[in-house]
Design a protein around this ligand. Structure first.
Ligand code: SAH
Length: 464
């Protein structure tokens, strides 16, 4: 981030602008929404500016700026659309201690003005650091459409009512009240009877919430998918949005954790599938403890929670404690990995079954039905198989697997640093971690990337 977005307190502060043409008008239309004292220096002001001056909405000085004109100004806009004049005025403003923006000159500006969605007091600022104004406008249009115009009024009334809400205990009870107001009762009341009606309804709503019993805690076991935040389900996003506590694996990416409600407590349970840094019983106890305190707990697991995630142990602990729970499925690493190499998990004529196996289990390298896995056409997704590559290779060859069986390793599937290693069973490195694969990796037995597969078929034909 080259520019850090903040909301500046400008009520009663000075904002100065030099210029009287189109650029000045565009900025002034925004600045007039604020409660700042505006001063405009312009030798030839547009009629709109004259009008605003006549209405006392800004102070108009009909001359060029001179040193001292920006004293005590918080912000200064150089909007003369003339390089020399902009450089001159901005130098004056900088000397007077104001933050300077030169219209259409990102490099010499100390701040930039974002695209704004105005539902005052709710404002959304959109910035692209000057990279893509088109994008900023498109995002603005989308947000405009999504935020009802009545939102501003609801927020204003809500803000004035904040003090009264201290009768509700902090945390969930208060949040429930506000959620009820903003998303249900408030909009309905505003529709039915306008702002005065909303104020009455707020009083009644508060009384209702004062008398409601505390809600029970609950647990959602949520799949976070393979890493790309866009591969989260809507249900997962909503669960994160409503979570009080998020207990997550190490596999869950920071981009996804950022989607959790800002007040949510994030706890890293540190598991990467095996070798837990927090014991499973500690994790179970933690989930139960938070839910017992009335929290909405999201137990966030990489991929799909039902695949190699020790989900059952956690469900047992939660249900033994009499706590409500449900599972939100996610996209498992195997699905993301085949997507990365353009293959299917199952294919008519090749494999009517696919095995999900683990390279590791509680006892070390995991044993499997090697004879079956060694059969031609067999497809298996090997999770947690980085360290056990040599073991798996040995077992398969021992049980008669074709040494040239394609093997594909997909590291960091769906993430920006995704890598694909396409090889054959006999060439598979003994230890994938030592071979430089540091991220989570999934090994596919019996699948090659689509293009490589075509090449393989071709080379077999050439050999024949
Ligand atoms: N529940 C998870 C699996 C947990 S076991 C799921 O459904 O995906 C952890 C293993 O999953 C890792 O050792 C790795 O083999 C695999 N894995 C998880 N995320 C991955 C990713 N983005 N790319 C490749 N493999 C991944």
């Amino acid at each position: 981030m080259k520019h850090f977005p903040i909301f500046l307190a400008v009520e009663g502060r000075r904002i100065v602008l030099s210029g009287g043409g189109d650029a000045a008008l565009a900025k002034l239309r925004l600045l007039l929404k604020t409660e700042a004292h505006l001063t405009v220096f312009a030798t030839a002001p547009a009629p709109e500016i004259e009008g605003w001056a006549a209405d006392n909405r800004l102070r108009l000085v009909r001359r060029a700026m001179v040193p001292g004109d920006t004293l005590c100004a918080t912000l200064f806009y150089a909007a003369d659309e003339d390089q020399t004049e902009d450089a001159r005025t901005s130098q004056i403003a900088r000397a007077d201690g104001a933050l300077v923006n030169i219209v259409d000159n990102l490099a010499d500006s100390q701040f930039i003005t974002p695209a704004i969605v105005d539902r005052d007091p709710v404002t959304v600022a959109i910035g692209t650091e000057g990279a893509a104004p088109v994008l900023a406008r498109a995002i603005k249009a989308e947000i405009e459409a999504r935020l009802p115009v009545t939102l501003g009024a609801l927020a204003r009334i809500g803000k004035a009512f904040r003090k009264a809400v201290v009768v509700l205990p902090m945390g969930r009870r208060r949040r429930d009240f506000w959620a009820d107001y903003y998303f249900q009762t408030g909009p309905r009341a505003l529709d039915q009877g306008g702002e005065d009606h909303v104020k009455d309804v707020l009083q009644r709503l508060l009384r209702k919430h004062e008398n409601t019993v505390v809600r029970q805690g609950r647990v959602a076991f949520v799949g976070a998918g393979p890493g790309d935040p866009e591969l989260l389900t809507l249900k997962a996003r909503n669960a994160l949005d409503g979570a009080d506590v998020v207990i997550h694996d190490r596999l869950v990416t920071s981009e996804i954790l950022e989607l959790a409600r800002r007040e949510a407590i994030l706890i890293d349970a540190g598991k990467e599938g095996f070798g837990p840094s927090m014991s499973q019983s500690d994790i179970n106890a933690l989930i139960v403890e938070h839910a017992r305190n009335g929290a909405h707990v999201v137990r966030l697991k990489g991929g799909d929670p039902t695949v190699f995630g020790r989900l059952d142990e956690e469900i047992d602990a939660v249900s033994e404690a009499g706590i409500d729970w449900h599972v939100v499925p996610g996209i498992t690493a195997a699905s993301a990995s085949v997507a990365a190499i353009g293959q299917s998990l199952t294919k008519r004529g090749r494999n009517g079954a696919v095995r999900f196996v683990t390279g590791h289990d509680m006892k070390g390298f995991a044993d499997h039905d090697w004879r079956t896995l060694a059969r031609p056409g067999e497809v298996a997704a090997i999770y947690m198989g980085k360290k056990s590559a040599r073991f798996i290779q040995g077992r398969l060859i021992m049980h008669g697997a074709d040494r040239t069986t394609p093997v594909t390793v997909i590291e960091n599937a769906s993430r920006p640093d995704q890598r694909v290693l396409s090889t054959t069973l006999d060439r598979l490195p003994a230890d994938l971690a030592e071979a430089g694969l540091t991220g989570p990796a999934l090994t596919f037995l019996g699948l090659a990337p689509r293009a490589a597969e075509a090449a393989l078929v071709q080379s077999k034909q050439e050999l024949a």
